[in-house]
Design a binder for this molecule. Structure first.
Ligand code: CA
Length: 235
């Protein structure tokens, strides 16, 4: 998934970004509230980690403004302050969750996963599609129990498809969702990642067209195939 970190403390931003990139997420970092706002108005994010004390626009104002403008992206607020009043103000400003610095990284990551699951449809902790299984907690992907070793971009592609059911993604939409601001690739690169993801799925016995091409539109996850049991019943 794609995460925006709005944090002026560079050490914290870096620790967070590294941890998220390790979990195969795509990360953009804004160092003040105005840049954060510009990012949210220009790109789609799955989650925003928002510091309260920020230059230019503070976290509370930024969150209020995003909600007023109709942005529903989940917001996890971070603050050094630990008073009940700040927590209440954060949640009242439209934040979905709240953590106090110094925070415990595994707990923050778990809360982020929970927030993303709560999105438009409530998703289970482990994403499944037929015999394919992707566990965002461990970043492990298996097909029929066999592990599949994916690069971060292949993993990102698969996770995006699994989180969005039968939605079709154009190559440019995939670029927007899976690459950060500084590194937009050409559409050929997307094609290449999809191709290698398909090959890896095929190698473990998944249907060749599990990620199907919708001509002129893009790619999507093919409708669920029947499980082995119902296949054998049918034959
Ligand atoms: Ca700060």
């Amino acid at each position: 998934m794609k995460v925006l970190i709005v944090e002026d403390d560079l050490d914290i931003a870096e620790i967070l970004a590294e941890a998220l990139i390790d979990q195969h997420h795509v990360v953009d970092v804004a160092r003040d509230g105005q840049t954060g706002l510009d990012f949210v108005e220009s790109y789609d994010f799955d989650l925003i980690v928002l510091d309260v004390g920020l230059p230019k626009i503070d976290g509370l104002d930024l969150c209020q403004r995003l909600r007023r403008e109709g942005h529903n992206t989940p917001v996890l607020m971070l603050t050094a302050r630990n008073t009940l009043d700040d927590k209440v103000r954060g949640l009242d400003a439209g934040a979905d969750d709240y953590m106090v610095k110094p925070f415990d990284l595994p707990e923050l990551e778990a809360r982020m996963r929970a927030l993303v699951r709560r999105g438009s449809v409530t998703l289970p902790p482990v994403l499944e599609w037929g015999m394919l299984c992707l566990n965002p907690n461990t970043c492990q992907v298996t097909y029929g129990g066999q592990p599949i070793h994916l690069t971060p971009k292949e993993y990102g592609l698969l996770e995006l498809f699994l989180r969005n059911g039968l939605r079709v993604f154009s190559r440019s939409a995939l670029i927007e969702r899976l690459w950060n601001f500084g590194e937009p690739p050409g559409e050929e690169t997307v094609k290449m990642h999809v191709k290698s993801l398909r090959q890896k799925l095929k190698m473990v016995g998944a249907p060749e067209d599990m990620i199907e091409t919708v001509y002129g539109l893009g790619y999507r996850l093919k409708q669920k195939q029947p499980s082995r049991m119902s296949e054998s019943k049918a034959s």
